[in-house]
Design a protein around this ligand. Structure first.
Ligand SMILES: Cc1cc2nc3c(=O)[nH]c(=O)nc-3n(C[C@H](O)[C@H](O)[C@H](O)COP(=O)(O)OP(=O)(O)OC[C@H]3O[C@@H](n4cnc5c(N)ncnc54)[C@H](O)[C@@H]3O)c2cc1C
Length: 503
């Protein structure tokens, strides 16, 4: 091995390990870094995590992969947002879409903010978000979010994909970029006198030495949590879910480009459409329901009570490590922490962690650089946690102890409390989000959709008719504008077929 090279050793070949390998090889491959990835042939990957947010497109662009290369290989579909069903029992607000904001929305969002703001002040204006976003129309018409070249606006979107196939695709791509693959199970992590990781020892006695180690070993955090003993901060007091049961069902014939999240008695169920199947999972809290009862409820929800289709059960812990970069180790993926998958934010967190780490490392390894990096990534975790916690805290469901406990949970962060108080007081929450510098994580549109979509407004009896000034935006004009924009997009199925293989 050439000793002038910096040796980066990634432990773990799940999606996190392969995203890290590809980004590091892209940024550092020609800069004297030698990157290897160690994966156990015996310890599997978690094998869930099939929905993304828009930054995954930026990741694929960065590593030089086009949609026609990766999407057909991973049975992928497009995703323009998440439809939330049955999270609220308020009439007119039992369902809404959390959209990925697109440029055309900038013309209609002011109307949403205006109406929503005045509705909180007691005027009877349309405040449901679904009337104001192009993505809602794309879901309704099952359109693909890929704009034709002459369409002058940018469209933001994410994807759904088979996580196992995505990992395999990224492994092949990393190999082309020079990443070395080692199939072995690490049995021991050996530290040097300064407490840095010196080498990994495999079950066969092979020493794997490195200058920098990336822990992508999954929930157990073999390097960061076990060897380096970095403390884990649990989020369990504000996020109760710790279990999931997962099923695949037959593919949809005509695929709508959204994830559906339906609230059930003790949690919520995802529905993620791929080209060859639909991925379904029920995320629930074992404090309130046992695994068998949860599986029965979920089977009933899917109409599978009489079916012998096999389910997979999973346990997870929510929270994060205190620091993500410790000594000569960076933690990414489940080893650094996990917020339950309601907004499919985990892969985005992996990407953000690796990109910011590369930036910081390129500046030279200093205490100030490390501290700034760790503070930034932890702040992102905490901000995402609060957005997820908000879904539960404002839910109006009261059908089980689970929903009652969520709705009255006082163990929420001061930051979330301030946002909720600002909304309830009828203030402009954009100011509060800017004051707290939170707009970079979930944009103010997302917060407004969450609160408005779940119907956090005065009751119908409390509302007064809007006057002419209040009614300055005509819903009919907005509808026509959105439908006009939608005419530029092809059917989702047609776009998927144009990319190549659909099952
Ligand atoms: C129920 C659920 C739903 C989710 N849904 C989403 C979603 O919709 N969107 C999203 O972005 N994320 C989601 N996630 C998170 C997502 O699954 C993970 O972030 C992602 O899969 C990355 O996992 P990982 O690579 O960190 O860990 P894993 O997939 O667990 O990979 C760990 C790797 O480490 C290796 N390894 C472990 N120990 C050793 C050892 N001793 N020696 C050698 N190798 C070792 C294993 O072989 C494996 O390759 C979800 C998670 C859960 C639990």
């Amino acid at each position: 091995m050439n000793s002038s090279k910096k040796r980066v050793v990634i432990l773990g070949g799940g999606t996190a390990g392969w995203i890290a390998a590809n980004l590091m090889a892209t940024h550092w491959g020609d800069k004297g870094f030698e990157i290897s990835l160690v994966e156990s042939p015996d310890i599997g990957i978690i094998g869930v995590g099939e929905g993304s947010t828009p930054p995954l497109k930026g990741f694929m662009d960065t590593i030089g992969v086009s949609e026609s290369e990766w999407m057909p290989e991973c049975n992928a579909t497009y995703k323009v947002g998440i439809t939330f069903k049955d999270w609220s029992v308020k009439p007119g607000f039992t369902q809404y879409v959390h959209p990925f904001l697109c440029q055309p929305d900038h013309f209609s969002v002011p109307a949403f903010f205006h109406n929503s703001f005045l509705r909180r002040k007691g005027l009877d204006l349309e405040g449901h978000p679904d009337h104001f976003f192009l993505t809602t129309e794309m879901i309704k018409q099952k359109l693909a979010p890929v704009a034709p070249p002459n369409f002058p606006f940018e469209i933001n979107y994410g994807y759904h994909f088979d996580s196992g196939l995505l990992g395999q695709f990224l492994a092949r791509h990393a190999a082309k970029k020079g990443v070395q693959y080692i199939s072995a199970t690490v049995s021991e992590v050996v530290l040097d006198q300064q407490g840095n990781i010196a080498y990994l020892l495999t079950g066969e006695g092979q020493r794997i030495e490195g200058d920098l180690f990336v822990d992508a070993s999954g929930f157990k955090g073999q390097l960061i949590q076990q060897a380096l003993k970095e403390p884990f901060i649990s989020f369990a007091e504000s996020l109760f879910n710790d279990s999931a049961v997962v099923f695949a069902t037959d593919a949809d014939e005509d695929i709508a480009p959204h994830t559906v999240s339906t609230a059930l008695k003790y949690g919520w169920a995802w529905r993620i459409p791929l080209t060859n199947r639909v991925g379904n999972g029920y995320v629930y809290s074992s404090r309130f329901v046992d695994d068998d009862q949860a599986e029965t409820e979920f089977r009933a929800h899917l109409g599978l009570l009489d079916s012998d289709v096999a389910a997979r059960r999973l346990k997870f812990k929510v929270g994060r490590v205190q620091h993500h970069w410790v000594k000569n180790c960076l933690a990414v993926g489940l080893s650094q922490g996990f917020i339950e998958p309601l907004e499919a934010t985990a892969l985005d967190m992996v990407q953000e962690t690796v990109v910011r780490f590369i930036e910081a490392y390129n500046q030279g390894d200093s205490d100030a650089g490390r501290n700034a990096f760790n503070t930034r990534i932890s702040a992102r975790f905490d901000a995402v946690r609060d957005y997820i916690v908000c879904h539960y805290r404002i839910s109006s469901r009261a059908d089980t102890d689970y929903w009652l406990a969520n709705g009255s949970n006082e163990k929420i962060s001061p930051s979330l409390r301030a946002i909720l108080m600002s909304w309830m007081a009828g203030q402009n929450i954009t100011d509060e989000l800017e004051r707290q510098k939170l707009d970079a994580y979930f944009p103010n549109v997302s917060w407004n959709c969450l609160l408005a979509g779940k119907g956090i407004y005065p009751t119908r009896e409390q509302l007064k008719p809007g006057n002419e000034m209040a009614n300055q935006y005509k819903l009919e004009d907005i509808r026509r504008y959105i439908q006009g924009c939608a005419m530029n997009f092809k059917p989702h199925m047609q776009q998927l077929q144009a990319l190549g293989k659909t099952s």
